[in-house]
Design a protein around this ligand. Sequence first.
Ligand code: NI
Length: 195
Amino acid sequence: MILPIIAYGDPVLRKVGVEIDKEYANLTQLIEDMRETMVNAKGIGLAAPQIGKAIRLFIVDTSPFEKDEELNENERTFLASFKRVFINAKILKEEGDEWAFNEGCLSIPDINEDVFREEKITIEYLDENFEKHTEVLEGLAARVVQHEYDHIEGILFTDKISSLKKRLIKKRLENISKGKINPSYRMKFPLLKRK
Ligand code: NI
């Protein structure tokens, strides 16, 4: 089932997610619904707060990068099969030089800004079967995970841009909260006034 994606301005996007366990109600279905919702919106990652649940769960699927001509062969091959479910994730280490990448977010349609993040992370998490993994990720894979991880910490990429750029997009962010946009997928707007 495709779920509405929560738009910028909703307080659920600002909550620090709580850990979950195997007994969490309908978890398998929830993950499946999140996957369907993400693919429908042409996203490469989706975090539970974005569908209204402040829990430590996010998914990534970077396979759309498979056809990105700007990436080298090795990176393309890795990203083609980088599909993961992250439960109760914890970033243990972030290292390397900070690099800029033009990020976007399904909760903030049509806004893209360069965000600086460190290039390499070590992350510990449980997969959908509650098996524990520790993984070292670099480049775009790390980037996508860092963005989604921020969501379960209540952080959005627009928090990480300069105050000048924040001022420049302020009005557009307000319009997103009010539903004054036309996204290509289903959304829920916190400040939409119903007629
Ligand atoms: Ni996002």
